[in-house]
Design a protein around this ligand. Structure first.
Ligand code: ZN
Length: 397
């Protein structure tokens, strides 16, 4: 097991241990400290915790998956555990069922922040050859921690009273949270290493054909439902006739359709090539790569030629730094972009990785356009079928 997995398990062990001190005797706490603390109140409190956690974790997980990153997951795991640790202390001031229900709601929501982000970190950093062992080790440690806590939680409450026990639960949960903070440095190093390694795949292009010598043709645009839009595009190793022709055709197709950006998969070619023109002249980039994205994000309206008539208000980084190769001269260029150009570059580079702008929507916003998506997909499948049957007929002379 690597260091990141060990720290994640250690943090979970401490938090489960802390929580395990209280849970077996929680019913006694309620009957003693809450006015009208009946068995029904205990049941409702537990139901509120589980319901709020179950619902919120789906919503949060959906958001975390939009632009997944270890750092984002870590922030969420730390924030959730941090809120959880302090919310436990609110038990000390509860004396009515409604107080208890509110505390359970806060605990449920904070757990929902920590769970999906913790699991995302755990799964992503698992050693692929030690998956079963790491998962079992995690299970064994939290079961062991809970069992140990169950044995001594009652003892502490008996000897020192519930307030001491609750302070202890909060303090140990904070220790678990601080263990997560320790992860910031190794995850940061890992992210930088991954960025450095991914540059190895970044191949320069060799220009063997003059760009100006080929006129552009208008190509049909692939729409949502076409599998090429979900395929990761291949790196361009050499700019030969076909690539120059493709770039020219993409520009002509983009201008004809009043678009300001187009990626090669949108015209049916799985190559890492994008064209953009936001009014300052065309930018044509082979093998574009995001070097940096600003943490500051802004909402703006965005369309896509593969989704006719659909405009979405999406949040994206305000500034980006892109690296790529100009196919006109094979020069390696860095582009520092902001606003519309930054948005366009991010949108088109997403296309090269099979990511579509609808993937940036949380599920209820996607649900609102479900009818549109279904109809477009159906239409696309139909036109693919027609295209294939035309091919099968062949040329009749
Ligand atoms: Zn698009």
């Amino acid at each position: 097991m690597n260091r990141i997995i060990k720290i994640l398990i250690a943090s979970d062990f401490v938090i489960y241990f802390a929580w395990g001190l209280l849970t077996p005797i929680f019913a006694v706490f309620i009957t003693r400290n809450i006015r009208g603390g009946t068995l029904a109140v205990i049941g409702i409190a537990e139901a509120i915790f589980l319901a709020s956690k179950s619902i919120c974790q789906l919503i949060f997980a959906d958001y975390l998956d939009i632009e997944p990153s270890d750092k984002k997951n870590l922030y969420w795991a730390i924030s959730g555990s941090f809120i959880f640790s302090f919310a436990v202390l609110l038990y000390l001031v509860c004396y009515l069922p409604i107080h208890l229900y509110l505390v359970e709601l806060v605990l449920g929501v904070s757990s929902a922040m920590a769970y999906p982000s913790w699991y995302a970190l755990f799964i992503r950093n698992l050693n692929p050859r030690k998956k079963a062992f790491s998962l079992s080790f995690h299970n064994t440690s939290i079961d062991g921690g809970t069992a140990l806590a169950a044995a001594i939680g009652g003892l502490i409450a008996n000897c020192f009273g519930f307030p001491v026990l609750i302070y202890l639960v909060a303090a140990l949960s904070l220790v678990g949270t601080f263990l997560l903070i320790v992860l910031y440095k190794p995850l940061n190093i890992l992210e930088q290493k991954e960025m450095a390694e991914s540059k190895i795949d970044f191949l320069p292009v060799k220009v063997t054909k003059s760009f100006e010598s080929i006129p552009g043709q208008i190509l049909p645009i692939r729409k949502y439902g076409d599998s090429i839009l979900r395929t990761k595009a291949k790196l361009i190793k050499e700019v030969d006739d076909s690539i120059v022709e493709l770039a020219k055709n993409m520009l002509a197709t983009m201008y004809k359709n009043n678009g300001c950006g187009l990626a090669a998969p949108q015209v049916g070619v799985s190559h890492r090539l994008i064209v953009i023109d936001i009014g300052d002249g065309p930018i044509i980039l082979a093998n574009p790569k995001i070097l940096k994205k600003s943490r500051r994000k802004i909402y703006s309206l965005e369309g896509c030629l593969s989704f006719p008539g659909l405009t979405l208000n999406l949040m994206r980084s305000k500034n980006v730094m892109i690296e790529g190769f100009q196919i006109t001269d094979g020069r390696r260029v860095k582009i520092q972009a902001e606003g519309l150009l930054a948005r366009g570059l991010l949108h088109e580079i997403d296309h090269l990785d099979g990511i579509l702008f609808i993937d940036k929507l949380v599920f209820w916003r996607k649900w609102k356009i479900n009818k549109y998506l279904k109809e477009l997909k159906k239409k696309t499948k139909q036109s693919i079928k027609e295209r294939q049957s035309m091919k099968n007929v062949g040329i009749v002379l």
